[in-house]
Design a protein around this ligand. Structure first.
Ligand code: A2P
Length: 340
């Protein structure tokens, strides 16, 4: 997709946000071949200096007048409107756009990619845009893919426990500030979420539709079917925001097509690149957000039979939503497109 070069000019739209900053760290850690970086954010961040690969780079204000001439790859993680406006424009101008929003994910001519699961979808990018999935879909499909390959998956029931960093940097501040205020016997101000998130949880992520589903729940079902290329797969989700700073957890119940013992499921999952099985109840070993923070892998534990249905399996999955759920997945896509 991209011509081989010794270094690429990379733009990050939303560079000062929770995902943007993680993208910078990952480009550095993985020694992504950079010729130059262009960092963009809102007016309030213009002039800020951010560090990557031994250099400081100045944040520019994103305005319609900005020229993107010479940019090879653009990572977009800002707002839906920015994705809509700049994703289209940059893709049409020959820039490879790797977009973190929900704006393009379900469009038939935009691949939706988790490289370990469906890197082949990157071969067709007619609009120059590739979407990365919602930060809960990615770990879900990473866990489902080896089960699908082993015995087939019929139905999935997933409940998510999503950290506040999924909403962005302002939500992380809100959780910290509410916690400090409440411990000091002051009132907690809720600005990002409709209710207090500290010492609470909200069974509500995104907006509600007329059937009472949250947009996040609808996204999980649709995106999972697209990535696994399983249009008939039955998926139902309940998405919950929890007072955790980083990492999303998921309780997943799977109805398989054919029998698979928990030990066989463990072996299938252990063979999946990017997945670590962390599962030993006798030693109280199971994945937790604090352990998965800052890690690249998707952790799976609590693997056990669900005896209430035929071929039922329960799993508990935890992954860092800012890394594999967003920035890491995006950089891995860029690596695929540059390495061929
Ligand atoms: P800024 O930090 O200047 O507000 P998060 O998801 O953590 O909230 O981050 C959102 C990112 O998108 C930030 O980098 C933010 O910049 C950027 N952003 C939000 N609104 C705009 C805008 N209207 N123009 C450019 N960048 C924006």
């Amino acid at each position: 997709m991209l011509k081989k070069k010794s270094g690429y000019v990379v733009a990050i739209l939303g560079a000062t946000g929770a995902v943007g900053k993680e993208t910078l760290e990952i480009l550095e850690e993985r020694e992504f071949p950079l010729a130059a970086l262009r960092l963009f954010a809102s007016k309030r961040s213009a002039g800020e200096m951010l560090f990557c690969q031994g250099k400081e780079w100045k944040v520019e204000e994103l305005t319609p007048e900005v020229s993107f001439a010479g940019v090879d790859i653009a990572f977009i993680s800002a707002t839906d409107n920015i994705s809509r406006e700049y994703g289209q424009r940059l893709g049409a101008a020959g820039v490879v756009v790797i977009d973190d929003s929900g704006v393009f994910r379900m469009e038939v001519d935009v691949p939706l990619v988790v490289p370990e699961v469906n890197a082949h979808a990157l071969r067709t990018m007619p609009r120059g845009i590739v979407s990365i999935p919602n930060c809960t879909t990615t770990p879900l499909v990473m866990a489902l893919k080896p089960l699908q390959e082993a015995v087939g998956v019929k139905r999935v029931v997933v409940t998510t426990f999503q950290s506040v960093s999924g909403t962005g940097a302002a939500a992380m501040d809100e959780l910290m500030n509410q916690t400090k205020d409440l411990l000091a016997f002051r009132d907690a101000k809720a600005e990002v979420y409709p209710y207090q998130i500290a010492f609470n949880l909200l069974p509500h992520i995104g907006s509600f539709n007329n059937d009472g589903d949250c947009s996040e729940e609808v996204k999980i079902a649709k995106e999972t079917r697209k990535i696994l290329e399983a249009p008939m797969l039955r998926v139902t989700a309940t998405t919950v925001r929890v007072p955790v700073l980083r990492c999303h957890s998921e309780a997943i119940n799977v109805e398989l097509e054919r029998p698979l013992k928990p030990n066989e499921a463990r072996a299938a999952l252990a063979g999946m690149p990017g997945v670590i099985v962390y599962d030993d109840p006798s030693k109280k070993l199971y994945p937790m957000p604090l352990d998965a923070t800052g890690k690249d892998d998707v952790y799976v534990g609590r693997i056990r039979e669900d005896e209430s249905i035929t071929n039922g399996l329960n799993l508990w999955v935890v992954s860092d939503n800012l890394r594999k759920g967003a920035a890491l997945n995006a950089v891995q896509i860029a690596e695929h497109l540059t390495q061929g």
